[in-house]
Design a protein around this ligand. Structure first.
Ligand SMILES: NC(=O)c1ccc[n+]([C@@H]2O[C@H](COP(=O)([O-])OP(=O)(O)OC[C@H]3O[C@@H](n4cnc5c(N)ncnc54)[C@H](OP(=O)(O)O)[C@@H]3O)[C@@H](O)[C@H]2O)c1
Length: 257
């Protein structure tokens, strides 16, 4: 370089300047927009960990909370926060209206509630109705309301956060009344959705996060939220249309229905 004739150096400089100018005048339309992801129940637990990780990775995150005013950690991420109670049709409709004509690439139906009932006699059957409302009818309601926005998105990906407790084949211990049934119903919903939407380019999966240290999983759980999220994001980012209708665990292995 030191021995190069002066004209060559000037020529190279001109090419570099021209390249920089071309890069700077590249029309915005050619720069791919960051994908938009909607995460339900994003104020704590796995939803919050999803929001933190995906916003750090450059996604446009819309995190929902039943009480946005109390969702301090979620708001501190600088993501868009919307009110949503998945059991309330008006709240779901307001979310869809707030999103309006904007595309949504990925929907993560994460909000959920558990059940500690081990024996049927300890279980209040009315609780099953509440659990079904949140874990099964909630994702159905939210998915239906956001479908127009998802159809406009590039990824067309719907991730229903389920549980291996929803596996009928794996259920040898019983218990968790209401919860197991709600996740089995969510799995069947995922399967139907995948079949309906596959011809339209959608990928719909039921994804289990593993046993995770959250308010639901408790302190003795095997994984931290970050470990579970890292694993699930690897799975999500590796998905293609052929995976649609699958029931996967956080490691990406198929779980028997
Ligand atoms: N942790 C585990 O070991 C584990 C294992 C298997 C599957 N999962 C699944 O993973 C998902 C997340 O669980 P998590 O461990 O993060 O639980 P979590 O810490 O208890 O958080 C649950 C989230 O769901 C929200 N939520 C509850 N009811 C709602 C409603 N009606 N409308 C909207 N949001 C509602 C909660 O909001 P509020 O703060 O307002 O209550 C909270 O943000 C759930 O679907 C769960 O079934 C978890």
């Amino acid at each position: 370089m030191l021995n190069m004739p002066r004209r060559s150096v000037a020529g190279i400089a001109a090419i570099v300047i021209a390249c920089v100018a071309v890069a700077q005048t590249k029309p915005a339309a050619e720069t791919p927009a960051a994908p938009t992801v909607v995460i339900t129940g994003a104020n704590r637990g796995l939803g919050l960990a999803f929001a933190r990780r995906l916003s750090a990775d450059g996604y446009r995150v819309i995190g929902t909370a039943r009480r946005p005013d109390a969702a301090d950690e979620l708001r501190s991420l600088g993501v868009r926060v919307e009110q949503l109670d998945v059991t309330d049709a008006a709240s779901v409709r307001r979310l869809a209206e707030a999103i309006g004509d904007a595309p949504v690439d990925i929907l993560i139906n994460n909000a959920g509630i558990g059940s500690r009932a081990r024996a049927l006699e300890d279980f209040d059957v009315d609780d099953a109705e509440r659990i079904m409302q949140v874990n099964y009818l909630g994702p159905m309601r939210v998915t239906q309301a956001l479908l127009p926005a998802l159809r406009k998105g590039d990824r067309k990906l719907i991730v229903n956060i389920t549980s291996t407790y929803g596996s009928i084949e794996r259920n040898t211990r019983g218990g968790a009344y209401g919860y197991r049934e709600s996740k089995a119903a969510l799995n069947m919903f995922t399967r139907s959705l995948a079949a309906e939407l596959k011809p339209h380019g959608f990928t719909c999966i039921a994804l289990s996060p593993g046993w995770v240290k959250t308010d639901m999983g408790g302190p003795n759980a095997r994984l931290t939220p970050d470990e579970s999220i890292d694993a699930m994001i690897k799975v999500i980012e590796s998905l293609s249309a052929e995976h649609s209708g699958s029931f996967l665990n956080h490691a990406g292995d198929a779980v028997p229905w």
